[in-house]
Design a protein around this ligand. Structure first.
Ligand SMILES: [Zn+2]
Length: 301
């Protein structure tokens, strides 16, 4: 396969969004397999080796509870034509819908990896690995956490080849300015409003429903946040209740006392509201974030 064919093949399975639910299983498995090729030219991996890593990735970057179905992509990616499995024929010859159980994959040491033509194209081409990995993280994760996803998967050393021009939707360049104005240039969580002259520092327009999940570039889908709150919001450390706009934090957030207390001082507090009603976060977007990004359980009060 040529480079273009490989890129097109991965793009073809890019339509991984399952309605409004985040479907990150396949992208995370593909990244893991790319990392294996990159590190050791390994084509296939034993399910027993892949499982703990996939579980960790899904727990950290997937929607709540997605780790319970961590074996699905290992089996189903074969249908996309990019993946192959090795193992006992009693398992491999099953119909695509008959997903083996976790125990069956473990006991039979089923191995999975990219199909031969894909592997052949990737194994001596680290730049192609980077391009494919970069396109995947761009398609599925907001900018705040792309680096973390690549670090965790073991691809942090790849050079970044920005391929945003190939994403089908373009961002509205005015989104940031509109959101910052709506919130009067301060973080809706902590009030951070540091400036150099007129230039806000470390202030960003967070998408509530991710751009990667077709969240719109309009003010009711944006909240002005400082870099730190933007990042922990994208990681699911807190959610915002529709109607009351109260912030509720996750039990997963922790740190030394001084640091975590500063963050947790906002637990059950109201966010700083935008200057006009029409700018308020839309409940539908907050609900998407609460189910697809927020990491349960909620902290006790
Ligand atoms: Zn803040």
């Amino acid at each position: 396969m040529t480079r273009d064919e490989v890129i097109q093949a991965f793009d073809a399975i890019r339509v991984w969004h399952n309605g409004d639910r985040r479907a990150v299983h396949k992208p995370l498995l593909v990244l893991l397999a790319l990392s294996r090729i990159n590190a050791s030219a390994q084509q296939t991996m034993d399910w027993n080796d892949a499982e703990p890593l996939l579980k960790e990735l899904l727990e950290e970057f997937g929607p709540d509870g997605s780790a319970t179905t961590r074996h699905y992509p290992f089996w189903h990616l074969r249908t996309d034509g990019l993946w192959k499995l090795d193992g006992p024929s009693t398992i491999l010859n099953r119909p695509a819908g008959a997903t083996p159980t976790l125990a069956e994959l473990r006991q039979n040491h089923v191995r999975g990896g990219f199909a031969d033509p894909v592997y052949a194209a990737l194994k001596d081409d680290p730049e192609l690995i980077s391009i494919v990995a970069q396109r995947i993280v761009e398609a599925h994760f907001p900018e705040t956490i792309r680096g973390d996803v690549l670090d965790t998967v073991g691809l942090s050393q790849i050079e970044y080849f920005y391929a945003t021009k190939n994403l089908q939707r373009r961002r509205d360049p005015a989104f940031r300015a509109k959101v910052l104005l709506a919130y009067q240039y301060r973080c809706a969580v902590c009030g951070h409003d540091l400036r150099m002259g007129h230039q806000p520092i470390g202030l960003e327009a967070a998408h509530i429903k991710w751009f990667q999940a077709n969240g719109p570039d309009d003010v009711p889908n944006g909240i002005a946040m400082c870099s730190l709150h933007h990042k922990v919001f994208d990681l699911g450390a807190f959610k915002i209740l529709p109607e009351s706009f109260v912030m509720v934090f996750s039990q997963h957030l922790n740190g030394s006392e001084a640091v975590s207390q500063r963050m947790l001082a906002h637990h059950r507090a109201g966010m700083i509201l935008p200057q006009a009603k029409e700018y308020l976060p839309a409940p539908v977007n907050l609900e998407w974030h609460a189910t697809q990004v927020f990491k349960k359980p909620v902290r006790p009060d």
